[in-house]
Design a binder for this molecule. Structure first.
Ligand code: F6P
Length: 352
């Protein structure tokens, strides 16, 4: 055990995600058992920029395993984009006498952690969270399983109306620039067409699949579209849909959402079939984590606490197969994990 590590900070950054509290509980239980103090950093990196802290003891971390959201709050603050932001982070770490920091987040939050470790020597370890499941160095992130479960249930429910009214039901799901949620919930929900950013299937082909299905005597269809899918046409034209007036966040991401409505209009006008659109939105991130996410988040949290204890900073807990391993934060944030062709082949076997 490292004698130097006495005060451990923990922050959660980016979009909230089911399982964040399970990580906080696991890091806390193991750290407190070792005699360390756990310090909650409020609202992601903003807490270290602005000095927002809350001590976390046994009482604070008790009973939070099944709770959605994050008890320490979150934000999309990027200290590298703020005047003097990095200096303020380092100053607050020193003032709070933090010997280590656990950063729980996706590519943005962990990208900041990787840079602060590499460029400033910040003693930080990472835990991969995101409903999008798009972090390259881990097989799965926690939060994803819950999002897929929510979307699958929604697709099941939308089948009822689709069948009763002979309609095409378009379901828009999150996932940003990858289609993991769309592909897995679409497979689980028996979607008839799935459109994702990685496989730019055209609007014409999607409509052809729906017509083929109707020709076979099925009067309804379920289309799952990922928010990052660009409307693609046989002519080669591509149309990205974002919430136009919304400014990009501090990491430069446009606010996505709305492609479902554009697609629904296209399907109705091209096929003549009555079409309705449901955008699931933040429902996908809400509520209690599934058992699988609680377990993954718990295992990641214990691993992060162990990395802190061993002084192995600049590392991130990761899932490889069924094992929890650690990988470098730099490796983890180098590129997005996109849906490979094999996954899309499974989905498209049931199109039309
Ligand atoms: O990264 C998680 C995620 O839910 C994305 O799927 C989505 O594009 C984005 O966050 C939405 O962000 P916000 O909560 O800021 O609207």
């Amino acid at each position: 055990m490292s004698a130097a590590t006495k005060r451990v900070g923990i922050l959660t950054g980016g979009g909230d995600c089911p399982g964040l509290n399970a990580v906080i509980r696991a890091v806390g239980r193991r750290s407190i058992d070792r005699g360390y103090d756990l310090v909650g950093v409020r609202e992601g990196w903003r807490g270290l920029v602005d000095g927002l802290f809350a001590p976390l003891g046994q009482r604070e971390i008790s009973g939070i395993l099944p709770r959605g959201g994050t008890i320490v709050g979150t934000s999309r603050t990027n200290p590298f984009r703020l005047e003097g932001g990095v200096e303020r982070v380092l100053g607050n770490v020193a003032e709070q006498r933090l010997d280590a920091l656990v950063a729980v987040g996706g590519e943005d939050t962990l990208g900041v952690a990787a840079r602060l470790h590499a460029e400033c020597g910040l003693p930080v370890v990472g835990v991969p969270k995101t409903i999008d499941n798009d972090l390259a160095a881990t097989d799965y992130t926690f939060g994803f399983d819950t999002a897929v479960a929510i979307c699958t249930e929604a697709i099941d429910r939308l089948h009822t109306t689709a069948e009763s009214h002979n309609r095409v039901m378009v379901v828009e799901v999150m996932g940003r620039h990858t289609g993991w949620i769309a592909v897995q919930s679409g497979i689980a929900g028996g979607a008839d067409v799935i459109l994702i950013p990685e496989q730019p299937v055209t609007v014409e082909r999607a409509c052809a699949e729906i017509r083929r299905r109707h020709d076979r005597g099925k009067d309804f269809s379920i289309v799952v579209v990922s928010e990052g899918y660009e409307l693609s046409y046989d002519s080669g034209e591509r149309l990205a849909v974002a919430q136009a007036p919304a400014p990009a966040d501090e990491f430069g991401h446009a606010r996505l959402g709305g492609v479902g409505h554009e697609l629904g209009r296209e399907i109705e006008s091209r096929t003549g079939y009555e079409t309705r659109v449901t955008v699931l939105g933040h429902v996908q991130r809400g509520g209690s984590p599934t058992p699988r996410d609680r377990i993954l988040a718990t295992r990641f949290g214990l691993k992060a606490a162990d990395l802190v204890d061993e002084g192995r900073f600049g590392r991130m807990a990761a899932l490889r197969g069924d094992s929890i391993v650690d990988v470098s934060l730099v490796e983890a944030t180098a590129e997005l994990k996109r849906v490979p062709r094999e996954w899309y082949d499974v989905a498209s076997a049931f199109f039309g």
